[in-house]
Ligand binder design. Structure first.
Ligand code: CUA
Length: 323
């Protein structure tokens, strides 16, 4: 029996209560409001529960023996059991509607649209206006509302970046829309919010909010095709990318590789994460992922392709040249 310990990437745990954009701020405001209301009600119930315990027996108002329900008891049932819960639930309902209304539309028209397609288990991210696509990583300029169109290539997933906003489902055959806005630069992490199979827990994405200037630099780089393979290892690796069948599933813009099953790899070397946020994008993880995908991420659709150690090194050389 082989016991294998895999070092998966440890991403920061994003908290929806540490909002960095208007949608998440509304959502966390609702949460705090509900917590406050629940706290007050909890204390009230606790008081009513404990009060008889601390009553002295010689209190004149202590009933001598249990009695059958009479008017006073019925008042408790009606007010405490029906009227008060109805008022509280109605209040929560109104607060929820107000939050939904507040986050339904961006404050001003979103002039940037990003298409996100969920896959088992990674995120396809397309920038239709800019004409490129990437994976497991969304870049946005700070302070600007961004329209996100969501669909799925297989089962239902859910888009959720807790510090920015969500969740909205990605449903096969349906286009759902949401919008996001980040008010502070930084890298936030998103998670799939809907159970989607064996590796649901390893379906993360990096949400990178950048200053407009940095964002433009990123867009220019992503829009460009891949750099030509330079050193000899990368040249051999590029040929192997074709010969070993990688190009059936993956595309590299600027080359004849046009597969559209797996993630676009045009600038894979610049990404922070691999395999739907499962691993840091290091040379070792990349090589291990290619050599043994099903061990690294059981259930993945990425097949293992037999190759020698030297071939694997050359293939990784090529992928690492895709800056
Ligand atoms: Cu995709 Cu859970």
């Amino acid at each position: 029996m082989t016991i294998m310990l895999l070092q998966t990437v440890t991403l920061p745990t994003p908290s929806a209560l540490d909002p960095r954009g208007p949608v998440a701020a509304h959502e966390s405001g609702l949460w705090w409001g509900m917590l406050a209301a629940a706290g007050v009600i909890f204390l009230l119930v606790l008081y009513l529960l404990l009060r008889p315990l601390f009553r002295r027996n010689d209190d004149p108002d202590v009933a001598p023996a249990p009695t059958l329900p009479h008017d006073t008891d019925r008042r408790w049932v009606v007010w405490g059991g029906a009227v008060m819960p109805a008022v509280v639930l109605f209040g929560v309902f109104i607060a929820t509607l107000a939050t939904l209304a507040a986050v339904r539309m961006p404050p001003h028209a979103a002039d940037l649209t990003i298409d996100v397609v969920g896959h088992r288990w990674w995120w396809e991210v397309r920038y239709p206006g800019q004409g490129f696509e990437t994976a497991d990583e969304i870049h946005v300029p700070v302070g600007r509302p961004v329209r996100i169109r969501l669909t799925s290539g297989d089962v239902i997933h859910s888009f959720w970046v807790p510090q920015i906003g969500g969740k909205t489902d990605l449903i096969p055959g349906q286009l759902n829309e949401t919008w996001v806005q980040a008010d502070h630069p930084g890298t936030y992490y998103g998670k799939c919010g809907e159970y989607c199979g064996q590796q649901h827990a390893h379906m993360a994405l990096a949400f990178v909010a950048q200053s407009p200037a940095e964002y433009e630099v990123w867009v220019r780089r992503e829009s460009a095709g891949a750099q030509a393979a330079g050193d000899s290892g990368a040249v051999v690796g590029q040929q192997l990318f074709h010969d070993k069948g990688c190009a059936f599933c993956h595309s590299v813009r600027g080359t004849p590789f046009r597969g559209d099953v797996g993630p676009d790899l045009t600038h894979v070397a610049t990404r922070r994460l691999l395999a739907g946020g499962s691993f840091d994008n290091t040379r070792g993880m990349l090589a291990g992922w290619i050599a043994n995908p099903d061990v690294m991420k059981p259930g993945t659709l990425m097949p293992a392709v037999p190759m020698s150690g030297a071939e694997l090194q050359a293939l990784v050389d090529y992928l690492e040249s895709l800056q």
